[in-house]
Design a binder for this molecule. Sequence first.
Ligand code: FAD
Ligand code: NAI
Length: 478
Amino acid sequence: MGEVYDVAVIGAGPGGYTAALRAAQLGLRVVCIDAWTRNGLPSPGGTCLNVGCIPSKALLESSAFYQRLRREGSDHGIQLQDSALSFDTGVMQSRKERIVGQLTRGVQALFKKQQVTFIHGRAAFQARDDGGFTLQVLDPSGALSTVKSRQVLLATGSEPRALAAAPWVESRIVDSAGALALSQVPARLGIIGAGVIGVELGSVWSRLGSRVTLLEAQPTWLPNADREVAETAWRELSRQTDLTLELGISLHRAQPTADGVRLQYVHEGQDKQLDVGVLVVAVGRVPCTAGLELERVGLACDERGGIPVDENCRTAVAGIWAIGDVVRGPMLAHKAEEEGVAVAERMAGQQPLVDFGHIPWVIYTEPEIAWVGLGEEAARQAGYALRIGRFPFAANARARARGAARGLVKVIACASTDRILGVHIVGPEASELIAEAVAALAFKASSEDMARIPHAHPSLAEAFREACLGVDGRTLNV
Ligand code: FAD
Ligand code: NAI
């Protein structure tokens, strides 16, 4: 037998590749095995880099740029007649592909730099013995090899959940990866599921001219978000983007037609029919464990198909750990990264903790939506008496100068201690602004602490400070 690694990481998504790099930094001998193939080549980076966070943000950027020029150019004195402004979907797609290529090659360069051995192939458990674990790896050419390691970290991620009523049909009934790869703008786009993927990808195609209908099973939109913020967000989102949302629907079936897809569903007790060019099914994701041969090492999945772990990502088998989308908790890239770093550090004898209460959520729509910590309803249910500060971007000078004076910052604080319990933002650059709120929660700051910190003027971040002042009823600019 050849080299015995200290840790074999299965999966090079944001969880796995980050864990591999951190473990190598800490002096462990690391191998990372990943099956993703793009254009016939290895493409580490997982869902996030290949068909998730990064390509979606590339298309969101292109479509927002187009929409802004079209709608707001003349406000700035930029003379663009509608007829003179056009876009090329092919160029947008190749720009997206270029960015993905640069980043996935970047992961391979980082592996080299940190001396992580990278193997392109699909891994499965073969055996377990006193020395650790033997994995079998099937490479894309069909060749098998074995890898021996003292510990294994499972970071195999997730895949789109399929719907029996809307089975996949190439280029007609597609998942999020298909929706990111459309070569033409469909005149009508249907989306089942108005979750994060539904609204982000619906925004992309709607900004480029598609009439988008989101069909959502739940009676409320973003049921887990702060109600006021979800309602403000939807009001602003539907004002700025041509999205139609039908809540509380029940899908009967989706069937391909000569030139698209026919949907039959029930909405408010009525049978309805909708014809669309393309249908996207975005009803959540399921953990990826198929083919890992977990039973060979005594591991079993939970009822969701995920790998059960404790709060430190240890599985029921000593020496096997699991992180990211394949375990409980939010399916977010930065959550997977946090867990990856924490597991690598635990393997090296450190005692890090991951606090889910400090994991931010961001939805990259226009305006952006971001939050961290408790929403108002959840905080009240948890028994807190609250003081709440709000500040509208309409009163923020930088937002006015940008022509983006919509939405608000809402800061929720404990009435007795003033500790900030949650921050919710709908507005420009909410994805960036939330970082200060995460730091505030992580350092257990009070609203008074944050209100006393100087914020550059003019900046969007002043809206956070003003909302903190608002907790004490002393906003200055409204
Ligand atoms: P993954 O990224 O899924 O990586 C798992 C890797 O393991 C894959 O490369 C897979 O090929 C490999 N693998 C699986 N089984 C095996 C095996 N047996 N052998 C070898 N390799 C294997 N999250 C955010 O935080 N922000 C966003 O903006 C965001 N946008 C998203 C947009 C879309 C359209 C989608 C679909 C997701 C988005 N997400 C976003 C979610 C994010 O992509 C995931 O939470 C994240 O990628 C999970 O990371 P992971 O490392 O757990 O798994
Ligand atoms: P999601 O859980 O956000 O939304 C799925 C939606 O589909 C829910 O609102 C659900 O009620 C609805 N639904 C389920 N079954 C249905 C049915 N039969 N008919 C109609 N509606 C139905 O999941 P989504 O959007 O698929 O995204 C998966 C995950 O990817 C997210 O939970 C998130 O963790 C991650 N993601 C994160 C992003 C970000 O951070 N910006 C962007 C995109 C994805």
